[in-house]
Write a protein of this length. Structure first.
Length: 219
């Protein structure tokens, strides 16, 4: 199963409803929440996510690139978002927070920056519905895919298989028709693409092209 989650980081912020409507064939809408502390960029917060929840046909896949996720993540789950992913680097107790999110009826995701060692998180895979391996340094769209992160994806895939869990394995950053196959071969099944989709003249067709490119590979 391949999932394509376009990131609205690359959409037109003044016309988000219009741009989200262009990708109604996506599996999820990836929503990057940035606070200018955890990452050097500011996007939008709770009110915007609440509004997107009201206008989006695909479910929301919220990616919190913020500090103090233990405090804020449950509020994003309460918007009705399908999935809320927080960063390993921003919480003292990822398992406890994941359980809180799941209790609110939300899928819980754990994200790791490229430089974060995965070793201590491999055994926690069953606690999460999704693991997000960042394939760029988080903060800005339009960056180049880091092939050096693929061993981390492989290790999480091996862990999920070893525990026999259906945890989704997501990659985010520099994903396009050329790189999506590399990530798929490493074991990823859920792909965030921003610029590749929204800079295209036909975003919906681009979603299908990415799906086809990923589907022609299999881990």
């Amino acid at each position: 199963m391949v999932r394509i989650n376009p990131s609205i980081l690359a959409a037109d912020f003044a016309n988000l409803e219009r741009d989200v409507a262009k990708i109604s064939n996506a599996d999820f809408i990836h929503v990057d929440v940035m606070d200018n502390h955890f990452v050097p960029n500011l996007t939008f917060g709770l009110q915007m996510v609440q509004r997107l929840q009201e206008v989006s046909t695909p479910p929301l896949d919220v990616h919190l690139m913020i500090d103090d996720v233990d405090r804020w993540a449950p509020d994003y789950a309460r918007t009705g978002a399908s999935s809320v992913t927080f960063h390993a680097e921003a919480t003292e107790n990822p398992v406890q927070l994941a359980r809180t999110l799941r209790a609110l009826g939300c899928r819980a995701g754990l994200a790791l920056k490229p430089g974060t060692d995965e070793e201590s998180y491999l055994e926690l895979v069953p606690e999460f519905d999704q693991i997000l391996v960042m394939t760029v340094e988080p903060g800005f769209g339009g960056q180049s895919f880091m092939v050096s992160t693929m061993p981390k994806v492989r290790r999480f895939r091996e862990a999920a298989d070893r525990y026999g869990v259906e945890t989704w394995l997501q990659v985010d950053g520099g994903v396009d028709e050329n790189t999506i196959g590399i990530a798929r071969d490493a074991g990823a099944d859920t792909f965030v693409a921003g610029s590749a989709v929204f800079r295209s003249s036909d975003p919906a067709a681009q979603v299908e092209a990415l799906r086809a490119a990923a589907g022609s590979h299999s881990h």
